[in-house]
Design a protein around this ligand. Structure first.
Ligand code: AMP
Length: 114
């Protein structure tokens, strides 16, 4: 999508350091981090929200969690704990309508999230 910020980042139209990239997804640091480590795992296909997932997307969503676990081990927070969260819809806090998974670590997490 031409006006989507994450599609623009993927195409190189907006600068961002890609922490990881493969054919299906890429990972960047959140510009407004909510934890010492706050990464965004972003499927490349422009899927607006969790509700828009199609059957063909499901293997990629599985890979999101594999990449999250790899990053946890690489960054050394696999034992201290981490949170993977997706906001679906404005009411849940979604502000960028291209599906992405927040990977948060490095501080104690509260439950329930606010
Ligand atoms: P959400 O509110 O769940 O849609 O999450 C969107 C996230 O994208 C927010 O945490 C923003 O801080 C982050 N964000 C927006 N623009 C950028 C950008 N250019 N680079 C990195 N992160 C961004």
């Amino acid at each position: 999508m031409s006006d989507c910020i994450f599609c623009k980042i993927d195409r190189g139209g907006i600068p961002a350091e890609k922490v990881h990239e493969d054919g299906d997804l890429f990972v960047i640091r959140d510009i407004n981090p909510q934890a010492p480590t706050h990464l965004l795992i972003i499927p490349k296909r422009h899927i607006p929200t969790l509700l828009d997932l199609e059957d063909a997307d499901l293997p990629v969503i599985g890979r999101v969690y594999d990449v999250a676990n790899r990053l946890a081990r690489e960054h050394g927070f696999e034992k201290s704990g981490y949170r993977v969260v997706v906001n679906c819809g404005a009411g849940a806090g979604q502000s960028v309508f291209h599906i992405h998974y927040h990977l948060l670590a490095g501080r104690a997490m509260k439950w329930p999230p606010g």
